[in-house]
Design a protein around this ligand. Sequence first.
Ligand code: GRG
Length: 297
Amino acid sequence: MPLNLNEYLKQNTARLDQWLDRLLPSVETPPAKIHEAMRYSVFAGGKRLRPTLVIAAGELFNAPEAELLPTACALEMIHTYSLIHDDLPAMDNDTLRRGRPTNHVVYGEAMAILAGDALLTQAFIALSGYATVNEARKVRVIAEVAQAAGTVRALIGGQVLDMQHEGDLTVTGAQLEEIHRAKTGALIRCAIRVGAIIGCASENELAALTEYSEKAGLAFQVADDVLDATATSEALGKTAGKDAAVQKATYTALYGVEDARQRAQQLCDEALAALERIERDTESLSALARFIIARQS
Ligand code: GRG
């Protein structure tokens, strides 16, 4: 039977939310305010794309849920931390995220900074506790995640480049790709790789999945640029049209909406082609690549 992606996303979100609830300190744990702030943004919704990619990659190799889910949750915690910090007045100064007031609007700037820091830390607590029972693989997973969240071709480095190029209308396509590979791509690449590592993928399988993740990660960002330029804040759950307002270097600014859409489709096709090198049932990953460029939020 063909995969029903909506159902697949819904089922994984339910499983992820249960595990996130288990892995995050409860709101009764003192100091209660910080745990409330962390949970506010984690449970504000969100597509759960990165953790779903961990699950989909791991399930190709029949990796156990008890190893995949905590790792998937760790990536969602890191992603959520990056969104909280990105929305701060010192960065994007945004008031709407996941359809709700941003963390600093509700809890104040200091608590939002700490909630982001705490989610990053909590991610590594989850990984060191549960990311596979095999110690060597666990260290490999932790190293992959730490690298992807860091500064070299990774999340924080990408954010720095993004900030430095704000208002810079001379950015080239190659520079733009470098920013996006780091800011958005690194965590998506990491999600796929850690799922595959937990599942003991062969080196050839890992290489094909890495290629899939790099294409899909870039496609995600191109689609994100198109959505920012074409969708409403209501549909996105975050402020639309922000990129143009601050003269951010984006695919739509550089190439226009139509060419950006074509580029997203081309990247999606390349991601699907990489999957053909794997002799396993990759239907969930194909469907996720298509979802990445067809999503409305
Ligand atoms: C502050 C260290 C630090 C990094 C910030 C993630 C990020 C880097 C900035 C967010 C700004 C942004 C709009 C980036 C574009 C792509 C992106 C990460 C969008 C949000 O991800 P989704 O659409 O969000 O998966 P949900 O809410 O569905 O999880």
